[in-house]
Ligand binder design. Structure first.
Ligand SMILES: Nc1ncnc2c1ncn2[C@@H]1O[C@H](COP(=O)(O)OP(=O)(O)OP(=O)(O)O)[C@@H](O)[C@H]1O
Length: 251
């Protein structure tokens, strides 16, 4: 099984600010992990180091035992690290189906041809498959800019899935959603994870969501790993309760 992600001694400094401080973590293939921690703990920076959006100051990122540190962002996606692109910002007037097709073609370095219909049949099939998986089939002909906030986020995830990641990183997939939409989204994410046997890692501030779906939880504070374990272990950890969870979520 593939999708083994290992972070070895990752460090990121912005001048005097150490945003990532010697982070070593392993994510086993097919697992669903949450990354939590206070504001400014370095969660998003950690994702940026994995995806190559930011160069590391020190340390290594290994995917299935092979270092992907320092590769360019497109190559990292090609190797199998998926993340959500903001599709509605990229192709606001495209329909859901066409924006997925355009995203797939752009990623593959393919251009639309005057001699071929758009989307080409193989791309159309891929787009249809991920729309089905993400529950977007009914909205295939809706322009991306007219989708609800939640459906735009699903479209972002649909494109990420279409690129066939081994590891998928989601930075606050439920941000900006009301309670109902939030739970619908998270159920959907959980189903996608199960359907694709992905290694899924998500950053989330809503502890009800984290403790309901995560198999394991990694807690960051001041850029470093404060704790890791099952939801139950983390909720029993006095340092985590004191630094972040508070009594409300403690066991
Ligand atoms: N491009 C940058 N330049 C300088 N400092 C930065 C930069 N990006 C992040 N930082 C700093 O690094 C630290 C970690 O920020 P980061 O956004 O990774 O935290 P976070 O855990 O994702 O926070 P939040 O929960 O608020 O999203 C913060 O102190 C932040 O101010």
């Amino acid at each position: 099984m593939t999708g083994h992600l290992e972070l070895r001694g990752l460090r990121k400094a912005f001048g005097g600010v150490v945003a990532t401080d010697d982070v070593s973590l392993t994510f086993e293939p097919g697992t669903l992990s949450a990354i939590i921690g206070p504001n400014g703990a370095g969660k998003t920076t950690l994702f940026h180091l994995i995806t190559g959006k930011l160069p590391v100051t020190a340390g290594q990122v290994l995917l299935d035992g092979v270092s992907i540190t320092g590769l360019d962002r497109r190559e990292i996606v090609r190797r199998g690290i998926g993340r959500a692109f903001q599709v509605a910002n990229l192709f606001p007037t495209f329909t859901v189906e066409d924006s997925l097709a355009a995203g797939l073609m752009a990623h593959a370095g393919r251009t639309a041809s005057l001699l071929q219909s758009f989307p080409p049949p193989d791309v159309k099939r891929q787009a249809e498959e991920v729309m089905e998986l993400c529950g977007l089939t009914q909205l295939a002909r809706t322009e991306a800019r007219h989708l609800s906030h939640g459906d735009q986020k699903l479209l972002d995830i649909a494109l990420a899935l279409a690129l066939e990641p081994r590891v998928l990183l989601l930075d606050e997939p439920t941000a900006g959603m009301g309670p109902d939409e939030r739970w619908r989204m998270i159920e959907r994410v959980q189903r996608l994870w199960a359907a694709r046997s992905l290694t899924l890692i998500f950053i989330e501030h809503d502890m009800d969501i984290v403790f309901k779906i995560a198999q394991n939880v990694r807690v960051l504070r001041y850029g470093a790993v404060l704790a890791e374990g099952t939801p139950e272990e983390v909720r029993r950890n006095p340092a985590v309760v004191e630094a972040y969870l508070g009594a409300e979520h403690a066991l």
